[in-house]
Write a protein that binds this ligand. Structure first.
Ligand code: FAD
Length: 311
């Protein structure tokens, strides 16, 4: 089949890999400028060289044997490494968290900057409004639940209802670089003031030495301050980090905020969704749980279903 996948995060790519390996023609569309999705890395030019911040997923763990095998493959090709500071089974992309998705995306010539506004079905073919004129025999929606529901609703209302039933918690994130190491011995801070998680990004393997921190506000604070301006949010988060350090922090050389409106979904037990009559499906962490591994597994589960039907 000629299959369109909307969303080139790890879930969409994991599905795409298997479908392509089985001989299907896969075309991927993503509204982002480059690879990452919620496994994103922001690279910022600085006078002493670029500094990179993993401002989405911080690390991931492996519980499933299939995923563990994929992670060993990524380790062998140098796109992931263990980060034991976060746990014995904690992995990060190298040199940035987005390295995994970047490597997975390479064989697909993903069409970036391509936001799919709507799906249309005509003469048993799928058309993707505003990004492609050609028709596809199947379409897979691999976006966060909130962005999946409007694409699905006209074609499979039950799928859209499942997406609406797995809303995501938001997450305000601050990225900050300092001219010197700050007075915090630990590389990871959990639950301090409004901070849910903060990490010395520069302590992850393969990063540059510039002292760089990623600070994530907890879900309640992020929800209450979702529409606040970036400056006041970054101020509030830095003040929690200062309180944790117990002393003044040096003036940042760079400070940025990022609002994840749809960071972590509640999750569900469906795994993946597939309507075999219309040939429309959905994958993503929202169909399992808000983890990198779950997103990858969701993609594999849908590919398994499609391939078992077409065999
Ligand atoms: P995404 O990565 O969101 O990919 C979906 C893609 O769809 C995106 O690239 C987007 O641009 C694209 N898209 C959306 N709408 C459209 C459209 N209309 N047209 C075209 N493209 C579209 N997980 C962990 O395991 N460990 C962690 O420590 C961790 N921390 C996290 C911290 C934060 C702040 C966030 C945001 C997430 C975190 N997660 C963590 C969760 C993890 O990042 C996700 O579970 C996983 O990346 C989801 O992958 P996905 O492919 O389902 O979705």
């Amino acid at each position: 089949m000629k299959i369109a996948i909307v969303g080139a995060g790890i879930a969409g790519l994991s599905c795409a890999e298997m479908l392509k390996a089985a001989g299907h023609q896969v075309v991927m569309f993503d509204k982002g400028r480059g690879a990452g999705g919620r496994m994103a890395t922001r690279r910022v030019p600085m006078p002493l060289g670029d500094v990179a911040f993993d401002h989405g997923a911080q690390y991931f763990t492996t519980r499933d044997a299939r995923f563990a095998a994929a992670v060993r493959g990524w380790q062998a090709s140098g796109v992931v490494a263990r980060w034991t500071n976060a746990g014995d089974d904690a992995w990060v992309g190298t040199p940035g968290m987005n390295a995994v998705v970047k490597a997975m995306a390479r064989p697909f010539a993903v069409r970036w900057n391509s936001r799919v506004d709507a799906l249309r079905r005509l003469d048993r073919l799928w058309f993707l409004d505003s990004v492609a004129d050609d028709g596809f025999e199947a379409v897979i929606v691999a976006t966060p639940a909130e962005q999946a529901a409007p694409l699905l609703v006209a074609h499979d209302p039950a799928m859209a209802t499942i997406a609406q039933g797995s809303p995501s918690a938001p997450c305000w994130t601050t990225m900050v670089a300092f001219p010197e190491r700050i007075a915090l011995a630990e590389d990871i801070v959990r639950d301090a003031g409004i901070i849910g998680w903060a990490a010395r990004n520069s302590a992850k393997p393969g990063r540059t030495d510039i002292e760089a921190w990623v600070i994530q506000a907890n879900a309640d604070w992020s929800r209450d301050h979702l529409e606040d301006d970036e400056t006041s949010v970054v101020d509030a988060m830095l003040s929690s980090l200062r309180a944790k350090a117990g002393r003044e922090l040096p003036d940042p050389t760079k400070r940025l905020g990022h609002r994840w409106r749809y960071a972590r979904p509640e999750g569900a037990h469906h795994g993946a969704l597939w309507n075999k009559t219309q040939r429309i499906g959905a994958v993503g962490d929202w169909l399992l749980s808000p983890r990198v591994e779950s997103a990858w597994l969701s993609g594999r589960m849908l590919a398994d279903r499609i391939l078992s039907i077409s065999r």
